[in-house]
Design a protein around this ligand. Structure first.
Ligand SMILES: *Cc1c(COP(=O)(O)O)cnc(C)c1O
Length: 337
C-alpha cells in the first residue's frame, strides 16, 4: 500500500469531478465569456458575502495579486514569520510589489492585535508606510492551527483604525471553517481580500480564487494579466472547483479525524519528542535527537508511507481526500511497529 501524506495538494480528481469538468460550458475567460469560471467566482463571492471573485492558476498568484493591489512600492506588509506569503512565494513580495515585510512571532503562526499594534510604523519619512496585514488560516507551519472569528475581529478593528488593508491567505480556509463552525460571511465582512485554494483539501486539480470588493477585483484582474495568469477556456478547471465546493467540503471533517488519530499515535512513540496540537488536517512533530528527520522519512517511505521533513528534526503529515481510513490504519501499524 502507498500512503501519500506529503501534502493535500497530491489529490487526483474523482470520477464525478472529471465528469463535471468534461461537460462544463466554457468560453474565453480573458474576454469574461467563460460561464463556468464566472459561476465559480460568483458562487464563492456570495458564499463569503463579498462582491466579486477572480479565478487564478495558484494560491501564490492570488496572494501576490492581493498584496500588489493593497500596497504601493516602498510600503511594508505585516505578517507572521511562518507566513506562506513570505517563506514560500519565492520572495514575491519584494519582486512583485517592491514592499518590505515586518515579520512577527505569533502563536503557531497566529497573530493578535496586541502583537501587531507596536509594529505599525508612525507617519515619518524614515519608516516604510505600513499598509497591509496578512493573516493565514489555517497556518501551515503552525500545524494547521486556526483562528476563530472572535480572534480576528480585534485585528480588523486595529487595521481600520490605522487605515491598513487586511488580507487572508485562506489556502485551507475551509479546513478552518469545518473545524470552528464559523460563518463564511463573517470572513467576508472582516477581510479586504481572501485567497482560497481549490487544489488543497478541497481536492480540485488546479486553481485558487481571490475574493474582494468589485473595485479590488477589477484591479486584480489587471494584475493577473500582467502576471501571465489570464487563462482562456479555464471553465474546465473551474468546474472542478464548483464540484469540490458542492461535494467535498463536509468530508474535511474526516481528514481532521484522521490527523487526530495520527497525532495520538505519535504522542505514544519513544522516538517522538513532541507533537504540535492537531487542530485540522496537518500533523507536525519533532523527533528524538537520535533520529534525524531524513532517516525517519526514508524508513517510512520504505514501508510505503510518504511524508515530508519539515525543518530540523521535524516531520509533517497531511491528511486529505485520497487518504482512506484503511490507509490511516496501515500508517498507525507502521508507526507502532
Ligand atoms: C499551498 C498554499 C498556498 C498556495 O500555494 P500554491 O502552490 O501556489 O497554490 C498559499 N498559502 C498557503 C498557506 C498554502 O499552504
Amino acid at each position: 500500500m502507498i500512503v501519500d501524506l506529503r501534502s493535500d495538494t497530491v489529490t487526483k480528481p474523482t470520477q464525478g469531478m472529471l465528469e463535471a469538468m468534461w461537460s462544463a460550458p466554457v468560453g474565453d475567460d480573458v474576454y469574461g465569456e467563460d460561464e463556468t469560471v464566472n459561476a465559480l467566482e460568483s458562487k464563492l463571492a456570495s458564499m463569503f458575502g463579498m462582491e466579486a471573485g477572480l479565478f487564478c492558476p495558484s494560491g501564490t498568484m492570488t496572494n501576490q495579486i492581493a498584496i500588489k493591489c493593497f500596497t504601493q512600492p516602498m510600503d511594508e506588509v505585516i505578517a507572521d514569520e511562518t507566513a506562506h506569503v513570505y517563506r514560500y512565494e519565492g520572495g514575491g513580495i519584494a519582486f512583485n510589489s517592491a514592499a518590505s515585510v515586518r515579520l512577527l512571532n505569533g502563536d503557531r503562526g497566529r497573530l493578535t492585535a496586541k502583537d501587531i499594534e507596536p509594529h505599525i510604523n508612525p507617519d515619518n519619512i524614515h519608516y516604510p508606510r505600513t499598509s497591509l496585514v496578512v493573516l493565514e488560516n489555517t497556518v501551515n507551519r503552525g500545524g494547521g492551527s486556526c483562528y476563530t472569528i472572535a480572534q480576528i475581529e480585534p485585528i480588523q478593528q486595529l487595521c481600520r483604525k490605522h487605515s491598513l488593508k487586511l488580507h487572508l491567505d485562506g489556502a485551507r480556509l475551509f479546513n478552518a471553517l469545518v473545524a470552528t463552525g464559523d460563518n463564511p460571511k463573517d470572513y467576508g465582512r472582516l477581510f479586504d481580500g481572501i485567497s482560497i485554494c481549490l487544489s488543497k483539501g478541497l481536492g480540485a486539480p488546479v486553481g485558487s480564487v481571490l475574493l474582494g470588493s468589485k473595485e479590488t477585483i477589477k484591479q486584480a484582474r489587471r494584475v493577473r494579466k500582467v502576471f501571465g495568469g489570464g487563462m482562456r477556456q479555464a471553465g474546465y478547471l473551474a468546474a472542478a472547483g464548483i464540484y469540490a465546493l458542492d461535494h467535498q467540503v463536509e468530508r474535511l471533517q474526516t481528514d481532521h479525524e484522521h490527523a487526530r488519530l495520527l497525532g495520538e499515535a505519535l504522542e505514544k512513540q519513544n522516538y517522538v519528542q513532541s507533537v504540535m496540537p492537531v487542530d485540522t488536517n496537518i500533523v507536525i512533530f519533532e523527533l528524538d535527537l537520535r533520529l534525524p528527520a531524513e532517516e525517519f522519512v526514508a524508513k517510512m517511505a520504505a514501508n510505503g508511507v510518504k511524508c515530508s521533513t519539515f525543518g530540523h528534526q521535524m516531520v509533517r503529515f497531511v491528511t486529505h481526500h485520497d487518504v482512506s481510513s484503511e490507509m490511516i490504519n496501515y500508517t498507525l501499524t507502521i508507526l507502532n511497529q
